[in-house]
Design a protein around this ligand. Structure first.
Ligand code: C2E
Ligand code: MG
Ligand code: MG
Length: 640
């Protein structure tokens, strides 16, 4: 205002100049007019003064007055802005005592204007910042005239909140600070979303454990800590066994529950200062710091494996799971985070290979075994591409007629001059997802083989195809079977699907539906490796299966004698199957004693080396052509 409005002094100068001009004009006029009356003299002087005054006023004062008026209106606007601003404004004097605040200040802090006037803004301080923080802030205000940053203050009700604060000094024309103006906004909501964002970037949504990104930071920290001390760091890679299978069988919701419980169980095995991170689907990494002896990592691994054992309830499913653990120690087993993890992975896979539910500590010779595993996988891909998979067929013999009652299709891989058995590559195929193309190929190949033989006028029996859990649980399974039957033209009653107890143990409704659909098409269903799964027998009542295949392990142990445990189990299974109206077949019969026992107990069919090895298709073709009974002592043959 002082700058824009002319002052009284200026006004006085104009007035004096006008009066002086008036006086001069009157004096000049009196020189020309003799005996000029005083009244005229005065009037001339006043007129001239007024003329000059107004002329000056018009030219000099008018714009100034205008300026003055606009400054007043600006001030009014500013004060309205000050009041209406959504950002809090606080004005303090040179001693940093509050001289004004706006409505937003009251809204954000809860303090009324009257409660803070004359006070130091320090009344709102929280204990989030130390004195050093405020010292630096004031240093900057003094040196640069302003400061901006995040400050955590306390509202009147005591709540501590973050605000974004800008402080500026108001200086006079000599550069002396007159006032401080602080403008701030409440950023607590923004902070919350920032925290959420930060959480999502560093933590796993499902288990709330650190994710892979945070794991990478933590392993580096653990390595740096080990470098500084004379301790080691350990990395334990924990992987659930058969998780993919469980997830596919019982569904993802139950799988998620299992993962959450696993996360809690692992956490309960470690100290607070250690880290558990979820770094993959069912892969958890545990970082142990301050490890003095390698044995510590081993005992934590054992504890984790043990902690996995109790049943996990997920809805109406009761899930059992185990874990395999691979251990690496820093600095012994790798000097970089990715090497430590890769080596832990190698150790973990070897733990899985040796039957799951165990741990392995990394050793350098493990590398070779991994190479072997990779070789199997890449060979398998090649085998699929190069059509190197072959099916052998093993006869199943009816113990009453002595003739072929069926044949089981068993896959092999022809690698140069040797046949790789399925036990070597099927588990790898299951893990890598290669099982699907293999499963579809097996189904199609065995069905078209039967059709070819039928077209030749031979009389092949029903073909039994082993179905993997992944294939059975895929949504397209039933459709896939329908398509294969359509494409090959095989009649459904010449196809049998072999499901293991594990595939159907969870009694999910989808399993029931799929079995019903297969049955309604006329396909026969058998339960493979019966007696080895851990499911209850109730599914036998629910699922309309046709046949039980007594597992090879019981038949093998029949050699222990007719009173052995195995003999009792086999007898019981035969009775159970017959009571339920099912056919029963014994697998892996190699010896005459086994055969005699089974005939005696009324077993319906047998499959085993005693009658025939699995045969390549040309040999099976010859067997069909021969059309001779395989079991000459069968009662049916003797009778005829
Ligand atoms: P499985 O379905 O129980 O097949 C029976 C296995 O027992 C076959 O082993 C067969 O060669 C073997 N075997 C038959 N008779 C005897 C005997 O008298 N003594 C002994 N010691 N063994 C006998 P193979 O062919 O090595 O198959 C092993 C397993 O691999 C099969 O067990 C089955 O679970 C799986 N498999 C085989 N072919 C396929 C396939 O095409 N798809 C899928 N998903 N799995 C398959
Ligand atoms: Mg089988
Ligand atoms: Mg079997």
């Amino acid at each position: 205002l002082k700058h824009n409005c002319p002052g009284l002094g200026f006004f006085a100068v104009i007035a004096v100049a006008s009066i002086a001009t008036g006086t001069l004009v009157s004096f000049g006029a009196s020189m020309f007019l003799n005996d000029m009356p005083l009244l005229i003299w005065l009037a001339t002087g006043a007129g001239a003064s007024l003329l000059v005054f107004f002329a000056f006023g018009a030219t000099i004062l008018r714009p100034s007055v205008k300026q003055c008026r606009s400054s007043f209106s600006k001030l009014q606007i500013m004060s309205k802005v000050f009041e209406a601003s959504s950002e809090a404004v606080i004005v303090t004097d040179i001693e940093n005592k509050i001289i004004d605040v706006n409505a937003a200040f009251t809204h954000i802090t809860g303090f009324k204007r009257s409660e803070v006037l004359g006070k130091d803004p320090g009344i709102m301080k929280s204990d989030r910042h130390g004195s050093e923080f405020y010292r630096q802030m004031w240093d900057e205000i003094r040196s640069s005239g302003s400061w901006q940053g995040e400050v955590w203050d306390r509202r009147k009700d005591g709540e501590v909140y973050p605000k974004w604060l800008t402080i500026k000094c108001l200086k006079d024309s000599n550069g002396n600070v007159q006032k401080y103006i602080g403008v701030f906004s409440d950023i607590s909501t923004m902070k919350e979303s920032e925290e959420l964002h930060d959480f999502l970037a560093h933590y796993d949504n499902l288990t709330h454990l650190p994710n892979r990104a945070l794991y990478n930071d933590r392993i580096r920290e653990a390595m740096a800590e080990a470098d500084k001390s004379d301790h080691m760091a350990a990395l334990l890679l924990v992987d659930l066994d058969r998780f993919k299978y469980i997830n596919d069988t019982v569904g993802h919701a139950a799988g998620d529950i299992l993962l959450k419980v696993t996360a809690e169980r692992i956490q309960s095995c470690i100290r607070d200062r250690d880290t558990v991170a979820r770094i993959g689907g069912d892969e958890f990494a545990v970082i142990l710091t301050g490890v003095v002896k390698k044995n510590i990592a081993v005992s934590v691994a054992k504890k984790i494996i043990e902690a996995m054992h109790p049943i996990v309830k997920a809805g109406h499913h009761e899930l059992r799971t185990t874990a395999s653990v691979g251990i690496t120690i820093y600095p012994n087993d790798g000097d970089k985070p990715n090497v430590l993890l890769k080596n832990a992975e190698i150790a973990m896979y070897l733990a899985k290979d040796s039957g799951n539910n165990t741990y392995r500590s990394f050793t350098s010779d493990m590398q070779e075994k991994v190479q072997e595993r990779l070789r199997v996988e890449s060979n398998l891909r090649q085998a699929i591409e190069n059509d190197e998979l072959v099916l052998h067929y093993q006869p199943q013999v009816d113990l009453v007629t002595g003739r072929l009652s069926g044949m089981e299709a068993l896959i092999r891989r022809q690698e140069s001059d040797w046949l790789v058995p399925p036990g070597v590559f099927i588990p790898v195929a299951e893990e890598t997802g290669l099982i699907m193309p293999i499963a579809e190929w097996t189904l199609k190949e065995s069905c078209s083989q039967i059709v070819t033989w039928l077209k030749e006028g031979l009389n092949p029996p029903r073909v039994a195809v082993n179905i993997s859990a992944t294939h059975f649980n895929s949504p397209s399974f039933v459709q896939n079977i329908r398509d294969v039957l359509d494409e090959t033209g095989l009649s459904a009653n010449l196809l049998e699907v072999e499901l293991t107890e594990r595939v159907i143990m969870h009694q999910a409704n989808e399993v029931l539906e799929k079995i019903d659909e297969l049955k309604s098409m006329g396909i026969q269903i058998s339960i493979d490796d019966f007696g080895t799964g851990y499911s209850s027998l109730s599914y036998l009542k629910r699922f309309k299966v046709d046949k039980l295949k007594i597992d090879y392990s019981f038949i093998k142990d029949l050699m222990d004698g007719p009173d052995s445990g195995a003999a009792i189990i086999v007898k019981t299974i035969i009775t159970l199957a017959h009571n339920l109206g099912l056919t029963v077949i014994a697998e892996g019969v190699e010896k005459k004693e086994q055969l005699d026992f089974l005939v005696n107990e009324g077993c319906d069919e047998i499959q085993g080396f005693y009658f025939s090895f699995p045969l390549p298709s040309d040999k099976f073709h010859a067997l069909l052509k021969e059309n001779k009974p395989l079991f000459a002592d069968a009662p049916g043959i003797k009778a005829s």
